[in-house]
Design a protein around this ligand. Structure first.
Ligand code: T5A
Length: 213
């Protein structure tokens, strides 16, 4: 059996949460029923505490950019070692709402953290561990932020400037272009159209994987 680690990525409001349901339906249709869901930052008690610290906007001592990226990697390694790898080892599929690409894009691109530090963190914390497939939902920052703005109060990261999200998207696009395990979906479309695009891409990818049960 070849179970897989699939990740959803994109800016705020790209529609990752909405896309999850579509992916689950497709996996079920392919006979995959044992699916573990993760989100980053978060997914273990410690990582969820870090998530709160990272996202809270009324923070009297907001993290510096380097402190933020270290907190994100602390949460990630906790999740990978305690949840993702054990799930994959027992044969489950894992569907992640964000993973390392988020740090490379938000902290590496948006915050402008030294690429050598970003590469060194990724390699020392994760080694060669990577998702089998990443679906990147591409949206212009303005459109994504409008969608999440309709939902109510913005968290500390969502309150970033448009320029921050533009740098983040630019880094996403660079990284996506350099890695054929990442597929791009036009997330500016309607929910229905995004769902159709995901179906086409995921079905095609799954048809190339062997021994799916
Ligand atoms: N972060 C995270 C980093 O900076 N570095 C890292 O390494 C990691 C892992 C996570 C924050 O942390 C940052 C990134 C984030 O700022 P979060 O709350 O998990 O915080 O934020 P998001 O993952 O961005 O979740 P969002 O809910 O904001 O975005 P989604 O999940 O992409 O969007 P979704 O599906 O909830 O949709 C948002 C709204 O848009 C509507 C939905 O109904 C919903 O109201 N919508 C659409 N409307 C029109 N057309 C469509 N196609 C639509 N799709 C969805």
């Amino acid at each position: 059996m070849h179970n897989k680690f699939i990740v959803l990525e994109g800016l705020e409001g790209a529609g990752k949460t909405t896309a999850k349901d579509t992916i689950v339906k497709i996996l079920h249709a392919h006979g995959v029923s044992d699916i573990v869901f993760t989100r980053e930052p978060g997914g273990t008690p410690l990582a969820e505490e870090l998530r709160t610290l990272i996202k809270q906007s009324a923070n009297v001592d907001p993290p510096t950019d380097k402190a933020e990226v270290l907190m994100l990697y602390a949460a990630r390694v906790q999740l990978v070692e305690k949840v993702i790898k054990p799930a994959l080892d027992r044969g489950a599929w894992v569907l992640g709402d964000r993973h390392d690409l988020s740090s490379q894009a938000y902290q590496g691109g948006g915050r402008g953290i030294d690429p050598r530090l970003m590469a060194s963190l990724r390699d020392s914390v994760l080694g060669s561990f990577r998702p089998d497939l990443t679906l990147y939902l591409d949206i212009l920052p303005q459109q994504g932020l409008e969608r999440v703005g309709l939902r109510g109060e913005l968290d500390r990261i969502e309150q970033g400037s448009l320029a921050f999200f533009e740098r983040t998207r630019a880094r996403y696009l660079q990284l996506v272009a350099a890695d054929n395990r990442i597929k791009t979906i036009d997330a500016s479309q309607s929910v229905q159209q995004v769902s159709e695009s995901i179906k086409t891409i995921l079905n095609e990818w799954l048809s190339k994987q062997d021994n799916i049960i």
